[in-house]
Design a protein around this ligand. Structure first.
Ligand code: SF4
Length: 347
């Protein structure tokens, strides 16, 4: 139940409203401001919402949320921010949507701003943390510290909103140890949601100049998959929903180098199954007969069947098994693994 309306088990409708680069005076090395579209004017939000909802299946049975993307929402200058909040609140009060969410920077979150957003119908705030390593934040010219992230996360939790965070494995100065510490510190913030975006070199950015000058080397795809799997296993193991791994495909995104892959999230999950299957193979020998939930079969088989080709197991499915779990058929002891069981084998 939310906003007095019973919500079915269907997936929520998230209506994106782009406030591109509004509220952000910064120049992170990986961000290409020239690719931002014009921010949506507040008065256009009702039309955007009604058009979007009209194109969705069974909208009345689903939770409907406006998501302000692309800028640092709480950093928008107060007059304009009030206009966004007023339009959003009107849509909540009329029942067109059930709530609002936005993303912002850790140093642009205060209890007062969060309370103002809450009064306007906000249910969630997503904080772009990227790393908890001060050296990495500095090298990426983020302009905020790890303690800003801790303060911001606590303020969001205190406000009663859900907490989302973003991490960016592979920024300059990050090695495996740094990333493991980032995951450990960020997990302590107890986020409800997380997005993992491995750093890619986008054309026209400072990062591209550093890459061309030999001052920055992006992760290769294999290492990016491993780091994201480590994060995925840690966060999902503590009940945090991993909303996305890897940048979404986009016609405007111009990647010059780095671990971009259109099916990145699938690669990460399939790697998890490969690690679980190889641990079980070590325990039970070559004649492996594995069982997974029916929806997990593609991840068990792997991208272009690479898991099954490499490990040569037989498989079947059982819908009583949870997702992210592999079981050896007929095994009594130590024959079942979940993602949280393989963390030590990942990085
Ligand atoms: S804070 Fe966000 S919008 Fe601002 S420069 Fe960095 S990545 Fe770009």
């Amino acid at each position: 139940m939310q906003g007095g309306i019973e919500i079915s088990g269907l997936s929520p409708i998230v209506i994106p409203v782009f406030v591109s680069h509004l509220g952000c005076p910064h120049r992170c090395i990986f961000c290409d401001q020239t690719q931002f579209s014009e921010p949506v004017a507040p008065e256009r939000i009702p039309d955007i919402v009604s058009t979007f909802i009209a194109g969705c299946r069974e909208p009345q049975l689903r939770q409907r949320v406006i998501a302000f993307y692309g800028g640092s929402f709480t950093g928008i200058e107060p007059g304009l921010l009030e206009r966004y909040l007023a339009e959003a609140l009107r849509l909540v009060e009329h029942g067109a949507v059930h709530g609002i969410k936005a993303s912002t920077r850790p140093d642009m979150v205060t209890p007062e701003l969060l309370a103002r957003c809450r009064r306007a119908g906000f249910v969630e705030m997503e904080i772009g943390i990227q790393s908890m390593d001060e050296r990495v934040l500095k090298a990426s010219r983020r302009g905020h510290s790890a303690s800003d992230a801790v303060r911001a996360a606590q303020a969001v939790r205190d406000s009663g909103m859900k907490l989302g965070i973003q991490l960016m494995p592979g920024l300059p100065g990050e090695d495996r140890e740094s990333f493991r510490r980032t995951v450990c510190d960020a997990a302590r913030l107890r986020p409800d949601h997380i997005r993992l975006y491995p750093a890619v070199v986008v054309k026209g950015t400072e990062m591209e100049r550093m890459h061309q000058a030999g001052a920055y080397a992006p992760l290769d795809l294999d290492e990016a998959v491993r780091r994201c799997l480590y994060g995925y296993a840690r966060f999902s193991g503590q009940g945090c929903t991993v909303l996305r791994m890897g940048l979404p495909p986009s016609r405007t995104l111009q990647v010059a180098a780095g671990p971009y892959h259109p099916a990145f999230g699938f690669l990460v999950k399939a790697r998890g199954y490969r690690v679980m299957a190889s641990v079980l193979k070590e325990r039970f020998g070559d004649e492996l007969d594995l069982e997974v939930h029916p929806d997990s079969v593609p991840e068990l088989i792997g991208y272009r069947k690479e898991n099954i080709d490499e490990l040569g197991f037989n498989y079947s499915f059982d819908e009583r098994l949870p997702r992210d779990c592999v079981q050896v058929r007929g095994a009594v002891e130590r024959g079942c693994l979940q993602l949280k069981d393989i963390i030590e084998y990942i990085l």
